[in-house]
Design a binder for this molecule. Structure first.
Ligand code: GLU
Length: 451
């Protein structure tokens, strides 16, 4: 132990370098640039608008990119140096807004793309916020709670002047949760000397969090699916659903969709994909109980209450015979390789960036109705905005009020995007970008950001 404690930050940095090299190899092998995909989506929409090249340059590229080294004392006494990012993509319509992700696959390209999507997501739902996103390269499944706490606090402390209720307001994302937001809030408040709940959203209720924030993303996903089935003359009651990813968005969507009578035919997480052997489908509560005991869905096929078999390849879930497919995991899942085999009539993007532009073209050709991420999963940031409003006025609404407001935002956004898709004869993704780009450009122009 004493020997381990003697290790210097330099050896930690070397480990970090090695780790980075492995990650870099992993990325170049199987990941197309997510930011390139995002820019492609923008270009597909921008061609329908009369934008100058200066305007395009102004709103395509991030305004600010920050990278920090985060040396953390691990429980075994070693120091490990992590890397963290924050990208503020655009602040024309309000302070930067967006989550912080803790994941081994985080990289700058991804954080840029995610912050880009936040700008347009906030614009689509019409909340007065810009776009930002953060990420730390780490593997929370291998970290203790106290290591996570030190990492979260160090990240926030390094960025203390970047964040602020009127500057940049983070929130949870993949592998971060209300507890991490509580550490962010405490770190900020200790540095500033004032209790400042509005500096982060997605906080625990006890610290000024909002009713309904935990299930907000899934609620929004469900509202948009209800709109889509209605437009397509389908019914959610009895419709079959496959959900990729069983984190906050995926698991809560399973519960809510089942509540509307949908049959959850297949689910997956990092441990694999599982398809129901029961016509009534998977009970999300059984899956949640399994995760509570085992951390993941590992061994779910052997759980007698589950009634599922395991796919040989978890990606088979994406091409399962279902009415609705909900990708709720990471980017680049539906690509030119598997898009042609998708059988779902509706894809509801609970994740950010799950479909590549090549996949979009194939899906559109095959008549799949796509609810794009910047619309579909905007429920999370919408309730984040409502949380920020409550923090600033010091008065708190009940869950009923929150969900009523959220439904109004989501239904209005869906209608605006749907009408635009009909008017311009484009798919829902391009329509969502048309609506959002117009709003961001107008705000930027009025502020004189091109002056
Ligand atoms: N991380 C979520 C997203 O991608 C929520 C962001 C927020 O609430 O600011 O939309």
């Amino acid at each position: 132990m004493a020997e381990k404690r003697a290790k210097t930050p330099i050896s930690g940095a070397r480990q970090d370098k090695q780790y980075e090299n492995i990650l870099e190899e992993m990325h170049s092998a199987d990941r197309k640039s997510v930011f390139q995909n995002a820019l492609q989506q923008f270009d597909d929409a921008a061609q329908h608008l009369n934008l100058s090249s200066d305007q395009i340059a102004m709103i395509q590229q991030p305004r600010r990119v920050i990278e920090v080294k985060l040396p953390i004392r691990m429980d075994d006494g070693n120091i490990k140096v992590f890397k963290g990012y924050r990208v503020q993509h655009n602040i024309a319509r309000g302070p930067a807004k967006g989550g912080v992700r803790f994941h081994p696959q985080v990289d700058l390209d991804e954080v840029k793309a995610l912050s880009f999507w936040m700008t347009f997501k906030c614009a689509v739902v019409g909340i007065p916020m810009g776009g930002g996103k953060g990420g730390v390269i780490c593997d929370p499944s291998e970290m203790s709670q106290s290591e996570m706490e030190r990492l979260a606090r160090r990240y926030f402390a390094e960025m203390i002047d970047i964040f602020g209720p009127d500057r940049d307001v983070p929130a949870p994302d993949v592998n971060t949760n209300p507890q991490v937001m509580a550490w962010f809030l405490d770190t900020y408040s200790m540095h500033k000397g004032d209790y400042t709940p509005a500096v982060v959203t997605g906080k625990p209720l006890e610290l000024g969090g909002s009713e309904g924030r935990v299930t907000a993303t899934a609620q929004g996903v469900t509202f948009t699916i209800l709109q889509a089935v209605d437009r397509l003359g389908m019914k959610l009651d009895g419709a079959t659903v496959a959900i990729q990813g069983f984190g906050n968005a995926g698991s809560n969507a399973a519960v809510l969709l089942k509540g509307h009578g949908a049959v959850i035919k297949a689910i997956s997480d990092v441990s694999g994909g599982f398809v129901s052997t029961d016509p009534a489908g998977i009970d999300p509560q059984v899956a949640l109980d399994h995760i509570k005991q085992n951390r993941t869905l590992k061994g779910f096929e052997n759980n007698p209450a589950a009634k599922v078999s395991k796919y040989n390849n978890a990606n088979d879930l994406l091409t399962e015979e279902v009415d609705i497919l909900v990708p709720a995991a990471l980017e680049n899942q539906i690509t030119e390789k598997n898009a042609g085999q998708v059988k779902a009539k509706i894809i509801a993007e609970a994740a950010n960036g799950p479909c590549t532009p090549e996949a979009d073209a194939i899906l559109a050709k095959n008549g799949v109705f796509l609810i794009p991420d910047i619309l579909c999963n905007a429920g999370g940031v919408t309730v984040s905005y409502l949380e920020w409003v409550q923090n600033r006025m010091g008065y708190y609404w009940d869950a009923e009020h929150i969900f009523m407001d959220l439904k109004r935002y989501m239904d209005n956004a869906f209608s605006a995007v749907y009408q635009t898709s009909t008017k311009f004869e484009v798919n829902m993704r391009t329509a969502a970008f048309i609506v959002a780009i117009e709003r961001v450009t107008r705000a930027a122009e009025m502020r004189g950001l091109y002056a």
